[in-house]
Design a protein around this ligand. Sequence first.
Ligand SMILES: [Zn+2]
Ligand SMILES: [Zn+2]
Length: 419
Amino acid sequence: MTVILFALPAFFILIALELFWDWKKRTGHYRVNDAVTSLSAGVLSRVVAIGHQLIPFTAYVIAYEYIALFELSNAWWVWVVAFVAYDFFYYWNHRMGHEMSILWAAHVVHHSSEDYNLTTALRQTSGALFSWVFYLPLAVVGFSPEMIITVGALNLVYQFWVHTQHIDKLGWMEKVFVTPSNHRVHHAQNRVYIDKNYGGVFILWDRLFGTFIPELSNEKPVFGIRGALKSFNPLMANIQVYSRLARDSYYTSRWIDKFKVWFGRTGWRPADVAERFPEEKLPLNVFEKYDPKLSDSVKKYCVFQHAVMLAITVFLLLNISVLGASQVLVLSATVIMCSIQIGTVLSGSKFALALEGPRLLVFPLMWFASGLGDVAIVFGALSAVSLTLLVYVIRKGYIRRTYTAADRRSNTSQITTEL
Ligand SMILES: [Zn+2]
Ligand SMILES: [Zn+2]
């Protein structure tokens, strides 16, 4: 956690550089709605992790203390072995995350972006509560819990830079490491690329276990998932597949299928529910990104709210050890509500925009009531500024829905703003 927190400034500098390059070259790799959702999902995953982040460490400590086979030192070569071994287990964790329905339901968040840029790296799930089980063998062998947590964080930090379209193939590195090119393949929904390139740091595992494919010059990756999310609400990104699985499991008639819906191969559905609840998967040649058209003033408002939310999150994570339980709860609720609200506004909900008013009035009261003192004054002032902006945005125009032929095909609502 600490490693990732200290890597954050570098992440944001690199995102700013990529954004500048995108603007200069007009490559169109960034959209406000998609990028904000990616960052919101990342923030959400960190805040939700406050509630369960001690579980993996505790499990590693118990395994290390009571059943470790060896007592491995802190020598540099042990760190190197731990780093490589962690990536081996990451490969299998990641592969299972794609190939088993219940695990895909959690991992899908990372793949729900239809863009591919450095913010996509931060689009992380809040639901991978049991992925630590895959790394338990490291503690059983005798790697210390601190070492496992640290190499795990380094593994995650490495994966940040590969989420870009600005770096082409990298010669010999393609053979050994996960690179932007071979990870673009992993995020593509083209049939030939599906369930390929699971590696975290080393692509060697994919070559070894038959899941490697290079980025093909005649097959441009189309990013996203076949069953599109069609929402910028990070909560929806986290629950969408779970809710589909729960529905299928409830309505399917055979008891064995109720179990297989969750633990079977991703994509498999019992025939009865597949017929009753058909899921449309359009061919890629008519694929259109989900992109409700909002006015610039609404987008700018959302970006400002997102920046305030990031500031609150950084404050929360840096001060977690000195904050009281009620303060942690209030700040977590602030971040969660804000990310859901902004995501819903970006999805084109005028109602969600109207709900911003009550949100901006109620949360400052909760900050003061929880005893946040001066911090509450700073956040309260930001809420006052936000309210002013909200009034300006609402007065500037209203949102109405119109449907184009393409929208009716893809069931995507196109939203225009009249000024
Ligand atoms: Zn994946
Ligand atoms: Zn990725």
